[in-house]
Design a protein around this ligand. Sequence first.
Ligand SMILES: Nc1ncnc2c1ncn2[C@@H]1O[C@H](COP(=O)(O)OP(=O)(O)O)[C@@H](O)[C@H]1O
Ligand SMILES: [Mg+2]
Length: 253
Amino acid sequence: MTDHGPALSFEQVGMHYPTGTTALDDVTLHVGAGEFVAVVGPSGCGKSTLLRLAAGLLTPTSGTVARSAARLGFVFQDPTLLPWRSVRRNVELAGELRREPAAQRRERAEQALARVGLTGAADQLPRTLSGGMRMRVSLARTLAGQPELMLFDEPFGSLDEITRERLGEELQSLFVADGFAGLLVTHSVAEAVYLAERVVVMADRRIVGEVAVPLPYPREPQVRFWPDFTALTANVTELLRGSSAERTAAVAR
Ligand SMILES: Nc1ncnc2c1ncn2[C@@H]1O[C@H](COP(=O)(O)OP(=O)(O)O)[C@@H](O)[C@H]1O
Ligand SMILES: [Mg+2]
């Protein structure tokens, strides 16, 4: 899935907010077409800023952000569904905004709902759904736009662990089937290693390390119990700890 030109490139990117906060400093990162990369790091280290720059919602104050992917999907922790619209009509919304013909957007919505296992819930209102189902609707709405690059900002962060793992498995099948590139921000080291080909570790505005995950796709759920998997999560955790230990030492000085 790698070895293509980059879908997204950050070259020495700095982001300084007008309030005086520097959220990113000298970040260089590439995501290949069809490649799935996860970013982990403590809260406040600049992960959401990174995604907003990737989406073009912010302009960097130094360096460059380049995106070759034309169609972009963005999935947030909050599914942000319109409460008065049925599941189907929530999924159709993006197509409406793009002024797709009705028949096409209906068909794409049907397909996307089928792919996340929600065909039977198409006529329900969001309030009648569980948190996991609402997140599936949000995924379906994004998939209906046939994205080449998907950005995820802690998408499963508010869900229980079992739902979260199951959604991770579904997300993996989706990108294995569709071949979209992914940049996933998560707090969960296990989720990052399970899903990504590379885990990028951030701390305090910078990238402090990277762990390649050479496990072939599709990864069965049990991969999480393999010694290789545990060793990889340990590597990521050490990078996270190492950088926080440095920070504590710096504060103590
Ligand atoms: N719109 C904004 N204006 C000013 N400062 C911001 C803004 N968004 C985020 N920040 C600051 O930038 C830093 C990084 O934030 P963020 O990218 O949200 O980190 P994370 O997603 O890793 O928690 C934090 O110090 C945060 O307070
Ligand atoms: Mg964030």
